[in-house]
Design a protein around this ligand. Structure first.
Ligand SMILES: [Zn+2]
Ligand SMILES: [Zn+2]
Length: 300
């Protein structure tokens, strides 16, 4: 079994968003205002990831989140003829971003510059499993994207994640905002809505990136996951009050626990059956918002 267990790991929790736009590309707010909004929402770290360029916030305000340099690259074509978007963050400097790189090149570029790459919004992009299998060397995929959720109700890419995990690939799942900061009737703000909670030794770029690479984080846009313990032949999840807690594994493996009507759950225990290749926890609160753990991997 391999489980990067952020709940038991030493260190502190840090809340961050890895996908954000500003007026330097197609966002509605300038970099300084974006940083202020995430500061006010008590995010500990933030990556500004404008399209095709690395944005540097000129004068981060006092108490601002730790800023990770990043960008979003338009890649080459998927099976269905759409463009991949590849998110890069944790870059060591504000360097020139390649123009429409192939997916492998985009991922290699992020890593060559000290960062990591994540496949952005697979559902919104219409990516299928063969597309995701081409993405060697990435840290994982976005499994929740606030902007895509409010724009087209295509924010969730958990089925893509399970296809990938179920075919034996190890990929972390990331909840991000992809915030463009526009507000319209019946379309709430996408600023400071989703996050990852990273367990790290310190609030520094090195420590945060090391924990992300190791999978020491979970994703949310509402609930808190307090614990995910493997004890003997069971996995126990402890959460903030939620309506359902799911243990997701490959195909028909796994199980789901739903609270009786009008009630909530704060824990669930899943008895392992021995055939799980991986197991991840997800839960939904009364507002319909989800949190997602990274997977426990079983076998080699
Ligand atoms: Zn995108
Ligand atoms: Zn974006």
């Amino acid at each position: 079994m391999r489980f990067a267990d952020p709940f038991a790991a030493p260190g502190k929790w840090y809340k961050g968003n890895l996908h954000t736009h500003t007026t330097e590309s197609d966002g509605a707010l300038d970099p300084a205002e974006v940083v202020r909004r995430y500061r006010d929402a008590q995010y500990d770290f933030l990556a500004l990831t404008d399209h095709g360029r690395v944005t540097v916030a000129a004068d981060p305000s006092e108490g601002a989140p730790l800023l990770l340099l990043g960008t979003e690259m338009d890649g080459d074509s998927s099976e269905l003829g759409e463009r991949y978007h590849i998110l890069a963050f944790g870059l060591s400097e504000a360097c020139q971003v390649p123009d429409r790189p192939k997916v492998a090149e985009a991922i290699a570029w992020a890593k060559q510059h000290g960062g990591e790459a994540v496949v952005a919004h697979p559902y919104w992009s219409g990516l299928a499993l063969p597309d995701l299998l081409r993405c060697e060397g990435n840290s994982g995929i976005e499994i929740f994207n606030t902007g895509c959720h409010y724009e087209l109700a295509k924010g969730y890419s958990t089925v893509h994640w399970d296809d990938l995990l179920g075919s034996g690939h190890r990929a972390w799942g990331f909840a991000v905002d992809d915030s463009h900061h526009g507000v319209r009737e019946h379309r709430p703000t996408d600023t400071a809505r989703a996050w990852i909670m990273v367990k790290a030794s310190a609030l520094t770029q090195d420590a945060i990136m090391e924990s992300i690479r190791s999978g020491l984080f979970y994703s949310s846009w509402g609930p808190t996951i307090h614990e995910m313990a493997v004890t003997g032949a069971e996995v126990r999840a402890v959460t903030s009050p939620v309506k359902e807690i799911n243990f997701i594994a490959q195909r028909w493996a796994g199980g789901s626990f739903t609270a009786p009507e009008g009630e909530t759950l704060t824990s669930a225990v899943f008895p392992l059956r021995g055939h799980e290749n991986y197991l991840r926890v997800e839960c939904r609160d009364a507002e319909g918002r989800w949190a997602f753990s990274n997977p426990i991997f079983f076998g080699d």
